[in-house]
Design a protein around this ligand. Structure first.
Ligand SMILES: NCc1[nH]cc(CCC(=O)O)c1CC(=O)O
Length: 320
């Protein structure tokens, strides 16, 4: 199928951010490609790219401009040929990619659930009134305050290691991390309890790794097809259509999860006010091939139920 595979002299350049999780994801991508084509690891180079989001770690993400901050420099390298593929956590990716790029290869999805992390407790119910919770995720913050308005949420930025250090230092009683990241980094020693999606619906695409390429790069497209996971693609098609219709920005707390059962797909979605005061959730079931339509349909329902103004908070005065 593929005539000119990469070689140690002309390696395929894999672009990634430099966080331990990003590197683990890039390594997994290299391993899968090497195995699929029986190539040595030297046929791949991992190129670490520092993004604006990595550089500015002392301010909340929402202040410095949101999601594209972690991808812009990487996508520029891809477009200019500095790298051949870029490996991303799909939950950090906007629904639309720049012209000339394609993002439709997904590795098999990891555990989609959030984990409750605390040295002293095993779940939210155990937290005393007023307990301090650290998270930088607007979704987790809103979901938490929706259930427990008595808790205090403090901003917890930085990579997973930085956040765990803050927890150790006693800055908060607990934090939340994706099970997927903990599993991919084999951080078995972290005191964690997986939270059922019924109790905390995960972010759209949580646990999925996506691989981006230039749209006109046919050799790379053929190589990536060999490691693509179809079921993950079907689930993300529904979840990302849900997100696209909601026009989710980094500032809007949105959760969504699609699961497959035989030929059917079941999609759950939730939108919340950032302070947790109101939440709207719903679900759809249908044939897998209708996933994207179900995603936009569910989003329309939630938009209607939420009513005008629900998503306007970011431009108004009631920002929390
Ligand atoms: N926004 C940061 C981010 N992006 C992806 C993951 C975890 C891995 C995944 O969900 O695929 C994380 C950290 C976290 O939420 O704990």
């Amino acid at each position: 199928m593929t005539s000119d595979l990469p070689t140690p002299d002309a390696p395929l350049k894999i672009g990634t951010r430099g966080s331990p999780l990003a590197l683990a994801q890039a390594n997994e991508t290299r391993d899968r490609l090497a195995q699929a084509f029986d190539l040595p690891h030297e046929a791949f180079t991992i190129v670490v790219i520092k993004t604006t989001g990595d550089r500015i770690i002392d301010r909340p993400l929402k202040e410095i401009g949101g999601k594209g901050l972690f991808t812009r420099e990487i996508e520029e390298e891809l477009l200019s040929g500095g790298i051949d593929i870029a490996v991303h956590s799909m939950k950090d990716m906007p629904v639309l990619q720049p012209d000339g790029l394609m993002l439709d290869t997904y590795l098999p999805r990891e555990d989609v659930r959030d984990a409750f992390i605390s040295p002293h407790h095993t779940g939210i119910a155990e937290l005393a009134s007023g307990a301090v919770v650290g998270t930088s995720s607007l979704r987790r913050r809103a979901q938490l305050l929706h259930r427990r308005p008595d808790l205090t949420v403090v901003e917890f930025r930085g990579n997973m290691q930085t956040r765990l250090k803050k927890l150790e230092d006693g800055v908060a009683s607990c934090t939340f991390l994706a099970m997927a990241g903990l599993n991919r980094m084999k951080m078995d020693e972290v005191p964690k309890t997986a939270i059922a999606p019924e109790d905390m619906l995960p972010a759209v695409a949580q646990g999925a790794i996506g691989i981006e390429r230039r749209a006109d790069d046919d050799r790379t497209a053929q190589m990536l097809a060999a490691i693509h996971d179809g079921p993950t693609g079907q689930r993300l098609a529904a979840e990302r259509a849900f997100l696209a219709t909601l026009d989710g920005s980094c500032e809007t707390p949105i959760a969504g999860l699609a699961e497959l059962d035989g030929d059917s797909l079941h999609l759950r979605g939730e939108v919340l006010r950032p302070d947790g005061s109101t939440a709207h959730s719903g679900h759809r079931s249908g044939p897998i091939s209708d996933g994207a339509a179900m995603g936009s349909d569910l989003a329309q329902e939630l938009l209607t139920r939420a009513g005008p103004g629900f998503f306007d908070w970011h431009s108004g005065a009631d920002k929390v």
